[in-house]
Design a binder for this molecule. Structure first.
Ligand code: ZN
Ligand code: ZN
Ligand code: ZN
Ligand code: ZN
Length: 252
């Protein structure tokens, strides 16, 4: 790798802590998407670890799918067996943010929308939509209905202005019961280890004004010294692909 690509990869590494500090060039302006792409490139050098919500085991993203399908804690149930669809959802172009969910026969895209807002997205009640290619999927559609055909995928958009885009697919259909809830979490990525752009300490704040120029991630001390310096304008570092966007301050 030579020239600008190498520089971009180095900038990415800077944003992870425990890596050697190289001051990013302030003269290079890049888009918000590419800032996060740098982080992703660097992040891909370390394992993307996630945690199973049922049994608590922490394993690599690549091994999570087979764990989800076979996890004894997830598949144990009492009561009447029904169809349960298991889904994998990740942020488009930021696949270090990912979740596994499952929904029972009653679960609709409306409920999936609510769940995704709850854990990952909700800032000011923006519009959202699910899409199969270019066609919008009616939110009343049940998940088991939509995924009855094999190979079905969907795209999801939250906020049609400063959009966060997700991609989803089904990984398994099983029989069982998940109790009264219609959708539940199976696993998600552990918080990323993002570093302050000025030192190696863990980043606590994102400057939303600098998200497309860098430096944009800061520890508390460097957030105070940063030129945009009005603390109320900063957003917290959170485990979500919507970090730093609009007024997003985090989910559960
Ligand atoms: Zn498990
Ligand atoms: Zn918003
Ligand atoms: Zn710092
Ligand atoms: Zn700033």
């Amino acid at each position: 790798m030579t020239g600008p690509n190498l520089e971009m990869a180095r900038v990415g590494v800077d944003m992870l802590y425990n890596e050697s500090a190289v001051t990013p060039s302030c003269s290079t302006q890049v888009s918000a998407k590419s800032v996060w792409l740098h982080i992703r490139k660097a992040q891909m050098r370390v394992a993307s670890i996630g945690k199973c919500a049922s049994c608590g085991v922490k394993i690599d993203k690549a091994d999570m799918k087979s764990h989800i399908i076979t996890c004894a804690k997830t598949t144990e149930f009492k009561g009447k067996a029904e169809k349960i669809i298991q889904l994998f959802i990740e942020a488009e172009e930021l696949p270090e943010y990912w979740v596994y969910l499952e929904g029972n026969e009653q679960a609709t895209f409306q409920e999936l929308d609510g769940y995704l807002r709850h854990i990952w997205l909700e800032c000011c009640d923006h519009l959202s939509g699910f899409f199969e290619m270019r066609n919008q999927i009616p939110k009343g559609t049940r998940l088991v209905e939509y995924f009855a055909k094999p190979g079905m995928v969907f795209k999801y958009k939250y906020d049609f202005e400063t959009t966060t885009e997700l991609l989803g697919k089904s990984i398994n259909l099983r029989k069982g019961s998940i109790g009264k809830q219609t959708i539940r979490l199976l696993a998600r990525n552990e918080p990323l280890k993002l570093a302050c752009s000025e030192c190696k300490k863990p980043a606590e704040y994102v400057c939303p004004f600098c998200i497309d120029v860098m430096p944009t991630l800061f520890c508390a001390a460097h957030a105070e010294k940063h030129k945009c310096g009005v603390e109320e304008t900063y957003l917290p570092v959170v485990n979500s692909p919507r970090m730093g966007i609009c007024k997003y301050t985090g989910g559960v």
